[in-house]
Design a protein around this ligand. Structure first.
Ligand SMILES: C[S@@+](CC[C@H](N)C(=O)[O-])C[C@H]1O[C@@H](n2cnc3c(N)ncnc32)[C@H](O)[C@@H]1O
Length: 231
């Protein structure tokens, strides 16, 4: 395993401590994203959607939802899960890059920026700037700040476990992460962290007017969500 896409392409990613955690995680994100869908006519793009087991919650509030996932096994599972869904399409990163300009009212990239180099993030922001409609919205979610990220992530997971009935599985999951490829990849490939100012600067440079949302999407209140509109 040499990169983060391989890490997430695992059949049972160690990131989710059990099936309940995975499902509550994706339901929480989907419910949060849904609040940003501007109208039932909206076209939505979720880039780096992961297993997206509650994508139908977002699709219900929109006209179309395009899921983009780079990890091939995860993408195949998404394709099977949503094959019969009339509003959901599943595509790969190359296909996303060839979509026509101004295709989406809402673009979401949640909990992906930390796995991208600065150059990769810039390339994706330029693509989102091209794909978002005038007056549309880009949500850059779960951006990891430079300090105390690991303890904050552990604490957020334990609290999420308490609230959703998987506390002991969360404790076990944290121990498992210590012996997984996560820490090795963190050392060799690295994770990208951004202060609020640095994230806003990236979005501004990519042609967006951006602000930090009052709260992060998902379960970790120490990470940041940014709302960016094309200028
Ligand atoms: C933590 S998961 C996020 C999944 C989902 N958006 C969520 O919030 O739960 C990270 C995602 O980033 C994707 N990813 C990692 N490196 C990437 C890269 N270089 N290009 C595109 N996607 C990448 C993985 O395939 C994975 O789906």
């Amino acid at each position: 395993m040499t990169n983060w896409i391989d890490f997430y392409d695992f059949k049972h990613s160690v990131i989710y401590v059990n099936a309940r955690h995975r499902d509550v995680h994706y339901r929480t994100i989907a419910q949060d994203i849904r609040t940003y869908v501007p109208s039932p006519a909206a076209r939505v793009l979720d880039y780096g959607c992961g297993e997206a087991t509650s994508a139908d919650v977002v699709a219900e509030a929109a006209a179309a939802l395009v899921l983009v996932e780079a990890a091939p096994n995860v993408r195949a599972a998404l394709g099977a899960r949503y094959a019969a869904h009339p509003k959901i399409a599943v595509i790969n990163a190359d296909e996303a890059a060839t979509l026509p300009p101004a295709s989406f009212d809402l673009i979401v990239m949640h909990s992906v920026a930390q796995y991208l180099s600065a150059a990769e993030l810039e390339r994706l922001l330029a693509m989102f700037r091209r794909l978002v409609k005038p007056g549309g919205l880009l949500i850059l979610g779960d951006v990891v700040p430079p300090h105390w990220a690991a303890p904050a992530a552990a604490l957020a997971l334990l609290r999420f476990g308490v609230a959703n009935g998987f506390f002991w599985a969360a404790v076990g999951g944290l121990l498992r992460i210590f012996v997984s490829d996560y820490l090795r990849l963190k050392k060799t490939v690295g994770l990208s962290h951004y202060s609020e100012a640095a994230a806003l600067e990236k979005l501004t440079a990519a042609g967006f007017a951006a602000e930090r949302a009052p709260r992060n999407i998902g379960h970790n209140p120490w990470r940041m969500t940014f709302l960016a509109r094309p200028v």
